[in-house]
Ligand binder design. Structure first.
Ligand code: ADP
Length: 396
């Protein structure tokens, strides 16, 4: 069975064709600058096929994907009929979706309903779904896998904020959490590594550290708290996002700087975080290089992030009533040994002991604490596309 996984952004579309027999990626690629000037990349067996091609909308992008998969040098299938189903990454599923679902008109209606909560993401998901249905026809099943779904097990005490309850009832203002597909994948794998595949009796903290970052506290295989909130802005310093701050600072800055809500949103989402503090870059490799060169603000950004992460971990250990394992994943979590070691060192009070030699790796699954460490630490590379493909297969 072959499953096509789609991750649609407002001007981009990532795809991956996965053969579920052996769970191997047959081809993958990226349509960028949709509706602008169009750049297309298709990858098969380590070979890359790139072209500049006008893609006025997502349906045009799908036409490129179809052509790349079925024709020319990068061809991997004869016909689109070889694709059994399509799985879509969807961002905000609100309280309606605690699990992945087959896409129906009703599901599309719900995703549209939650648009107000994810104005950048949900319209893109809809575009991807509509273009996919237009390409594959109504008979090929389409599945939606939500970033928020895995976090739906959080209790009220964790997902509500202390504002008038009516605002929650009226507008759904609450913590939803994101990166759920990744937290789910790595925590499930961690449970296997702990010898408890059903998750029962486990207390795990998963750290998804990428451009966007979030941490989740997972008890018995279910999320009990996570750092991202109503939107992916809450939590700790990210590449360009500020993470937590005093809510009054928002209105104060808007007044002082004369900013509109949209401008303030841009400031917090695009000009803050590691970029905002360091003034150097949002990319962790640039930050690390600037620290090497002695840049004090790059070092400050780095130290602020570690400090904030340490505080969340401490809080989550309390919420979990102890800790069995901590997992690092995503671009920074999988590749940045210094940050992993620093975080684990700050957990020495829990009896955590770093295995520095084991930690000296990139992007591989590895236990990075010593056998006598009171809490086990792991690097577990995430694979959100595989989760989407697996969910899609099980629903069709
Ligand atoms: P997203 O999916 O949120 O865009 P990723 O999970 O791809 O982000 O992570 C991107 C981050 O990972 C960047 O800050 C980048 O610097 C960092 N990163 C990627 N590769 C490495 C590496 N080899 N060493 C250190 N950091 C890395």
């Amino acid at each position: 069975m072959k499953i096509l996984v789609i991750n649609a952004g407002s001007s981009s579309l990532k795809y991956q064709l996965i053969d579920m027999n052996g769970e191997v990626t047959i081809a993958k690629g990226l349509c960028e600058r949709i509706g602008i000037d169009g750049k297309f990349t298709h990858k098969v067996d380590g070979k890359e096929f790139k072209k500049d091609v006008d893609m006025p909308d997502h349906t045009a992008a799908f036409a490129q994907v179809k052509e790349a998969l079925t024709e020319g040098e990068g061809k991997v299938i004869n016909d689109l009929s070889e694709v059994t189903a399509v799985g879509h990454r969807a961002v905000q599923g609100g309280t309606a979706f605690a699990k992945s679902v087959r896409i129906t008109d009703e599901v599309i209606g719900k995703i549209k309903e939650y648009q107000a909560l994810a104005p950048l993401h949900n319209p893109a998901t809809i575009k991807g779904i509509e273009a996919s249905v237009a390409t594959f026809g109504p008979d090929v099943p389409q599945v939606a896998v939500f970033d928020t779904a895995f976090h739906q097990t959080m209790p009220e005490v964790a997902y509500l904020w202390g504002i008038p309850y009516e605002l929650y009832e009226k507008h759904g203002i609450r913590r939803y959490g994101f990166h759920g597909t990744s937290h789910r994948f790595v925590s499930a794998r961690c449970c296997e590594l702990l010898g408890k595949p059903d998750g029962k009796g486990t207390r795990i903290i998963t750290c998804h550290l990428g451009n966007g970052s979030s941490i989740a506290a997972i008890k018995d295989g279910k999320v009990i708290d996570t750092t991202m909130g109503l939107t992916p802005l809450d939590g700790f310093l990210m590449g360009t996002r500020c993470g937590v701050l005093d809510p009054s600072a928002v209105t104060f800055i808007m007044e002082k700087e004369g900013l509109s809500p949209k401008e303030m949103d841009d400031l917090m989402n695009k000009k803050s975080g590691m970029l905002g503090i360091s003034g150097v870059s949002s990319d962790d490799r640039d930050i690390a290089a600037a620290i090497e060169e002695g840049n004090p603000r790059a070092k400050l950004a780095w130290d602020m992030r570690t400090y904030q992460i340490m505080k969340y971990i401490g809080g989550y250990v309390a919420a979990l009533g102890g800790l069995d394992a901590i997992v690092f994943t995503a671009g920074i979590g999988e590749n940045q040994k210094l940050l992993r070691a620093e975080i684990l060192e700050k957990m020495a009070y829990l009896g955590v002991k770093v295995d520095y030699e084991a930690n000296d790796v990139r992007g591989v699954e590895r236990e990075i604490t010593t056998p006598d460490s009171a809490v086990r630490g792991f690097i577990i590379p995430t694979n959100e596309e595989l989760v989407i493909a697996r969910d899609t297969m099980s629903l069709v």
